[in-house]
Each structure stands twice: as C-alpha cells, then as structure tokens.
Design a protein around this ligand. Structure first.
Ligand SMILES: [Mn+2]
Length: 199
C-alpha cells in the first residue's frame, strides 16, 4: 500500500486541456480553475466533503459550451483517483452516503471494484443554475465512473431547487467515494475481493 495516496494526471485534446492533482487523504482544501464558476464551486465542495486535496486547471472550448470541459474533468478526476488508490489493498471498496441539503435528499452508493457502470436518477423542476445545465453532472458522473472503474448509483430522492440538488449530489458523491477509498484497519493488508484482483 503506497504511503501518500497522491496522483497527478494531465490530458490534452482538441477540446480541452486539463491538469489535475489529488491527495485522497488531504484535508479538504482545493484550488480550482475550470472557467465555469458554478462548476468550480461544485468541485470545491467535492474536495471539502471528500476530505481530498484537489488541484484542477482546465481550459476548454467554452465558446462551444460547457459539455466537453465538465465531462473531461470527470474523466481526469476518475483517472487520478484510480492512480492514487494504487493496488487497492486494504481499502473498504464500498461506500455509501445519504446527504440532506435543505429540501433535497441524495442517496449514493459506490463500488470501487473495477466494474464501471452508472445508474443516475436526479430530477428537479428546472435544469439551469444561471447558464449551467445540471444535466452535465450526469456526464461528469459517467466519465468519472468509467475512468475510476467504479459502479456508481446516484439518486436524488427528492428536491426542487437545481442549485441545492446538484450541490447535494456532489457533497454526497464525495463522501461516498471517501468512504470507499478509506483503509479498513481490520483488513489493511487484504484486497477487498475474493477474486484476488481489483484493478
Ligand atoms: Mn452553493
């Protein structure tokens, strides 16, 4: 098991250029620059509530729209978490959280078992926070699930206000991933699988 669970990933395409660093055992601090203020806000919350240390610098084709940038940050974040997890020996592997935020309640479960799949159910009356379409968070979660190799079940049980709804989802997601990536002191030398392989 690696001592410092820190990883950096950089990725450049014709649409986006992203560099990201994460410490899974950080104190919840962050430095986020994506060019999309509301998305910066959500990633700051992700770092704070996951108790990660997160640094994100993203330059994307925002003149087209926010889609490529949001999706690609999800992809690079998943890759960095996967790298920081290393061989996954000793981790809890499964994580879940139920998080209330004002009128919203999110329920999220994650399996870091290298079987990527997203089940996503987040419905609120309106889809926009200023010019940010909250449907993009589904693309973010799908990209994260694929590159992290995580089975993700993301449910907003109920809620109305779109800002509250996606903030509730991001805080809940961070806490579920934090839970799953923690080392289990009762089995710190064990791989949480009978298959003998989780990567
Ligand atoms: Mn907020």
């Amino acid at each position: 098991m690696a001592n410092d669970r820190i990883a950096s990933v950089s990725r450049k395409t014709a649409e986006t250029e992203i560099s990201l660093q994460i410490n899974l055992d950080g104190p919840g601090e962050s430095s986020i620059q994506t060019g999309i203020p509301f998305f910066d806000h959500l990633l700051e919350l992700f770092a704070r509530h996951g108790l990660f240390a997160l640094k994100v610098e993203a330059k994307g084709d925002l003149s087209v729209d926010y889609h490529h940038t949001v999706e690609d940050v999800g992809l690079v974040l998943g890759e960095a978490i996967r790298k920081a997890l290393g061989d996954k020996v000793g981790i809890k592997r499964y994580g879940f959280f139920i998080l209330p935020m004002d009128e919203c309640l999110a329920r999220i479960a994650v399996d870091l078992g290298n079987r990527p799949l997203l089940v996503y159910s987040v419905e609120v009356n309106s889809s926009y926070v200023r010019d940010f379409n909250i449907l993009l968070i589904k693309e973010f979660c799908r990209a994260l699930s694929n590159s992290l190799g995580a089975n993700l079940h993301v449910n907003l049980e109920y809620g109305e206000e779109p800002h509250h709804a996606v903030e509730c989802v991001m805080k809940c997601l961070a806490r579920a991933i934090d839970h799953a990536s923690q080392i289990d002191p009762r089995a710190s030398d064990e791989l949480p699988s009978t298959k003998g392989l989780l990567t």
